[in-house]
Design a protein around this ligand. Structure first.
Ligand code: PHE
Length: 422
């Protein structure tokens, strides 16, 4: 039996899952990928991936968690391990956001030229103790929210933080778009350049889809365990995916118009956020306040994702190993921090974690969920949950067919291609 008292509310679960999905992937990775990979052309490929992989896989993960089938146990164990590895990587980057929030508040980056900003970032990210300190702070905040439980901790935090995040994004968009010359940024972001569509681009759109939608490490399945009985799975997936995609596009619209208006060359990945943006804010009126708002936004987005990651471990420790919540929190925080320390002491480990999580862990998890739901679970039961309420059974059948026949071979092919076997 499920513990109904502690279950998420109808929109609470959408916000919590969106909180997991909306994170560094949306604000730090997606805007640059769109701009660099042919603007609207990338967006179209990405949306294709979302339809073909995102909706069916998110619905499958929800299904596994919500139906609480017996065999979920071993998948649960697997996701507890993969979410721990993912968490360690993610926590390090969350710590970077916290450091930059702190630097913004004390106004330490204003007046620095791009080279100095670059050096600041390199020196910080290559050091050990400050990043570790921020990782500790981030995990303590995550643990405190977890301690309050699913409804009054996770649901409440997401209900407050997610709208705040949207408001801050809107303020930034308005500021960026009102700068003269900002339309070049919108063009960079949205002008379709179909010649950029290559097999590699499709692969990176797919990787981004898994990363951004939090597919494959069990966060969605774990949250689904606390869903109400009547919660509609495909509709919930569509809402979460809609929010996630909206935030990703808004993040691009918040960043590029201002970057272009100020004549700055946009850079890639971590550099964009930790070097280009401070340099941009430094040249803007009200830049001080906006920079704080931006890094606060990024830290919040990261935090709502770390909460979901810790919940996977906790849920596993509580249900399978019958550990108390507080002991589980202490144990999982300890393990993740230990891994973080290793990654900070031995930099190549951080590089491996980065590669491991983005290239293998999430698609592998997606593959496991697809095979389990498509081939091991009772078809009628799955179909019932995959058909949105009030829609003809055809919708459920399409999702089921994708999960059973399309997704597993496609992911396998991509793995084989990755290791050079085909
Ligand atoms: N979706 C998160 C992001 O976009 C990352 C994440 C993946 C979080 C998997 C939890 C689980 O940043």
């Amino acid at each position: 039996m499920k513990e109904t008292k502690n279950n998420f509310g109808k929109f609470g679960v959408v916000l919590a899952a969106a909180g997991s999905a909306v994170g560094l992937g949306n604000i730090w990775k997606f805007p640059y990928m769109i701009g660099e990979n042919g603007g609207a052309a990338f967006l179209i490929v990405y949306l294709g991936c979302v339809l073909l992989f995102g909706i069916p896989l998110m619905t499958s993960e929800f299904y596994v968690g919500k139906s609480g089938l017996k065999n979920w146990r071993w998948i649960h164990g697997l996701t507890a391990v993969s979410s721990t590895l993912f968490f360690a990587f993610y926590l390090v980057v969350t710590g970077w956001c916290f450091e930059y929030l702190y630097l913004s508040i004390i106004n330490a980056t204003s007046g620095l030229c791009p080279t100095q900003l670059e050096n600041t970032f390199q020196a910080f990210s290559n050091s050990i103790w400050m990043p570790l300190l921020w990782a500790v702070i981030a995990i303590v905040l995550t643990a405190l929210i977890e301690l309050a439980g699913v409804k009054s901790g996770i649901e409440r935090a997401n209900k407050t933080l997610m709208p705040l995040l949207l408001v801050m994004l809107l303020v930034m968009i308005i500021r960026g778009l009102t700068l003269p010359g900002s339309s070049a940024g919108l063009r960079f972001l949205l002008e379709p350049n179909f010649s950029k569509i290559t097999p590699n681009l499709i692969l990176s759109a797919m990787g981004q889809c898994f990363f951004s939608l939090s597919i494959g490490v069990g966060t969605l399945a774990t949250y689904a365990h606390y869903m109400r009985e009547e919660q509609d799975l495909p509709i919930t997936s569509a809402r979460v995916i809609g929010l996630d995609t909206l935030v990703a596009i808004l993040a691009g619209a918040a960043i590029f118009p201002a970057v272009f208006a100020l004549g700055i060359n946009p850079t890639e990945g971590p550099e964009l956020v930790f070097v280009t943006l401070p340099s941009m804010f430094g040249q803007m009126r009200a830049g001080y306040a906006l920079q704080i708002a931006f890094f606060l936004l990024l830290s919040i987005a990261a935090l709502t994702s770390t909460i979901s990651l810790m919940e996977v471990e906790l849920h596993f420790l509580q249900k399978t190993l019958k550990m108390s919540r507080i002991k589980g929190i202490l144990l999982s925080s300890g393990v993740v921090l230990g891994l973080c320390l290793i990654a900070l002491l031995y930099k190549p480990v951080f590089g491996w974690l980065d590669q491991l999580v983005s290239l293998y862990l999430l698609p592998f998890g997606g593959l496991v969920f697809a095979i389990y739901v498509g081939w091991r679970c009772p078809k009628d039961h799955v179909l019932r949950h995959m058909t949105p309420q009030g829609c003809p059974p055809f919708f459920g059948q399409v999702l089921y067919t994708l999960v059973r026949y399309f997704i597993p071979p496609t992911i396998l092919l991509i793995f084989l291609q990755g290791i050079g076997a085909v």
